[in-house]
Design a protein around this ligand. Structure first.
Ligand code: ZN
Length: 375
């Protein structure tokens, strides 16, 4: 076939385009073949991937579960230890953020592991209670941490505690506070809840099945730093604001307890006054966090089994009644579980080092900032 000149020119061009296309295809294909050395990809997350969940040998645990408790931490010691009328009480009953970190290290080194307090008992079909021999890792010691007064009362703010729990930009529990320069800060290293959250992230074998601790709440100044109580001027908006915090705490292994509504000394209260206090707590606090079987007595002393006031609390859904003592004493009856929690505070650090050596050495925990008088 004889081609005329313009036809030949176009044929040559088409062949050239075809060769170029084939070359391009080959180049792309070679590029697409997986290489021996993977190309470095910029990490999407700031944080490293969490370590794989630990695997444990489990056995029924029937010994004594240690139970310790704290108050909200002293985030700014300069405000706490300033020699005012509250300074002694703060030294006696509170712990600094630095001490809390050292304590967790000590507990972890001794083999303690957080466990859900609700594993400690079973509610039988007839409504009676019995001790629960729950499965637990054989080489670990179960520990419950409870926290009293996670309310961030007005008085606490002037004395070095944070103002409220909030969610940070990643949706994690953090705190809001005003620092010494007067600036509002969102941080995760000033309060025991985010400190434990981070500690468990870094040491997954400090928490059995994701358990964290028990958050004890009164009601008279709202909860978690939100003024949700009945006579609060912003009650409705504060209730809306606290809901995501409650949900996030529950999602991340925290449970709740009653610390009474008005924080009065339970044995001094008449049946009627305690009943009214309990009804207010259920109306204003339980309505937000849900029912709980755990009751943490204010000031640490409570009622004997057989006391009609204890039966009244039991009828309101409370089953486990926590006093304060120097040992993790526990007694099960078929109507109530009564136990002592060990206090972690300045009194324990200064005066009870020997008693607590099974948990930590106070000399290694004590924050010397306590002995500085800030003017
Ligand atoms: Zn209290």
């Amino acid at each position: 076939m004889k081609l005329i000149r313009w036809q030949r020119k176009y044929l040559m061009q088409n062949i050239l385009i075809a060769i170029l296309l084939v070359a391009l295809f080959v180049l792309l294909s070679v590029h697409a073949i997986p290489r021996e050395t993977p190309v470095a990809v910029a990490p999407v997350e700031d944080e490293p991937a969490p370590p794989p969940p630990p695997v444990y040998e489990l056995a029924p645990f029937e010994g004594r579960v240690e139970h310790i408790f704290f108050h909200p931490l002293i985030a700014y010691p300069e405000r706490a230890f300033d020699g005012d009328y509250q300074a002694q009480g703060l030294d006696d009953y509170f712990v600094t953020a630095k001490e809390a970190n050292a304590l967790l290290d000590a507990l972890y080194e001794k083999g303690f592991m957080l466990v859900d307090i609700n594993k400690m008992f079973t509610v039988n079909e007839d409504g009676t209670l019995s001790q629960n021999a729950f499965l637990f890792p054989v080489n670990k010691k179960p520990l419950v941490i409870s926290l009293d007064d996670v309310n961030y009362y007005e008085y606490m703010l002037e004395h070095g505690m944070v103002s409220k729990l909030v969610l940070d930009s990643k949706g994690e529990i953090a705190t809001e506070s005003v620092n010494l320069a007067g600036e509002t800060e969102i941080r995760r290293d000033l309060e025991i809840i985010p400190i434990i959250d981070q500690f468990v992230k870094d040491h997954p074998d400090f928490s059995f099945e994701g358990a964290k601790g028990v958050v004890g709440l009164t009601g008279y100044e709202g909860i978690l730093g939100y003024r949700t109580h009945a006579d609060s001027p912003n009650r409705e908006s504060e209730i809306e604001a606290v809901k995501p915090i409650i949900n996030r705490l529950k999602e991340t292994g925290w449970t709740f307890a009653s610390h009474s509504y008005a924080h009065r000394n339970t044995p001094d209260l008449s049946y009627e006054v305690l009943l009214e206090d309990t009804r207010k707590w259920q109306a204003e606090v339980q309505s937000l966090i849900g029912p709980t079987p755990i009751y943490l007595y204010p000031y640490g002393s409570g009622l004997k089994v057989g006391d009609p006031r204890l039966s009244m609390l039991r009828e309101h859904g409370f089953m486990m009644f926590c006093h304060v003592g120097v040992e993790s004493y526990i007694k099960y009856t078929d109507s109530a579980i009564v136990l002592d929690r060990r206090h972690v505070d300045g009194i324990a650090f200064r005066q009870q080092r020997e008693l607590n050596l099974d948990l930590y050495d106070a000399d290694l925990i004590f924050d010397p900032v306590r002995d500085i008088l800030f003017e």
